[in-house]
Design a binder for this molecule. Sequence first.
Ligand code: ISE
Length: 329
Amino acid sequence: MVNVAVIGVGAMGAFHADALSHRVRGARVSVVSDLDADRAGALAETLGARFEPDPIAAIGSSDVDAVVLASPGFAHEKQVLACFDAGKPVLCEKPLTMDERSAYALVQAEAELGRRLVQVGFMRRFDREYAALRALVESGELGRPLMLHCVHRNPAVPDSFTSEMALADSVVHEVDCVRFLLGQEIVAVTALRPAATGSAPEGVSDPMLVLFETEAGTLVDVESFVRTGVAYEVRTELVAEHGMATIGLDQNLLLRTAGRWGGAIAADFVERFGQAYDSQLQAFVDAAAQGTVTGPDVWDGYAAVAVCTAGVEAVSTGCRVEITLGARP
Ligand code: ISE
């Protein structure tokens, strides 16, 4: 049984804690930590766990074998370093850190340790459709990938959600998927800002069209639209030399009735990616039982931070921004 500390129990942390307690095999939540003592205390009691107000003490505790970090991004650097000190596997939600310098410092710190301890929470890699598309690309059956068309639509976000946050919080998943599907680094980013929807606050660009160029010349366009008022839609179409492939069509149950036909679209990302979130945690727990981690690593977390930082610059300046990653240890 792997004893897990869940640090940060807002919506995502509470979701992971529930999965660890009820759906993931071989794990239990032993410690819960959050600045909000009332919410963390209440959750700890329901799960039969212990509440520890200090996240660093929670990470170092003897009743903790592995750590799930769902705390705010600005807290990650210090908490990941504490996991390194304690030699404990950590599943760190995105973003790995808030800036390139600190993300690269974690890449170097893990390399100095000489063992993998970080898995970054890019859960889409555990989604069946993304895994199938990657396997198709890897098989070479369609030849060289030429373009990817990606759609990332949320039904709604709070008014405080800026254009820059759409890059760092939503488009970041597309960044990781591009790298995962193509096995290439992204070398440049441009962001185009069409007329904004009426529901976007003054000065906020929504939707946006974000263009990524990869090292082998694959071009990726991402429609980021986070206030559609419709549903949660995430789609990817691969255009390759010998064919095309699409994922994310929501084609589960197609109903025909009263002269119409149609199906259901997921309401939110937890519904769309529920299987991926749980499979990600199961993989984390299985690897932690062996004292290691699997899946997206600290380099993937760093590369995503670097691309999103460039993306934020591209949004605010309107210019094409190139990305140069540090040396890979
Ligand atoms: C949210 O934070 C997520 O991580 C979702 O996966 C993403 O689709 C959504 O746009 C983000 O706001």
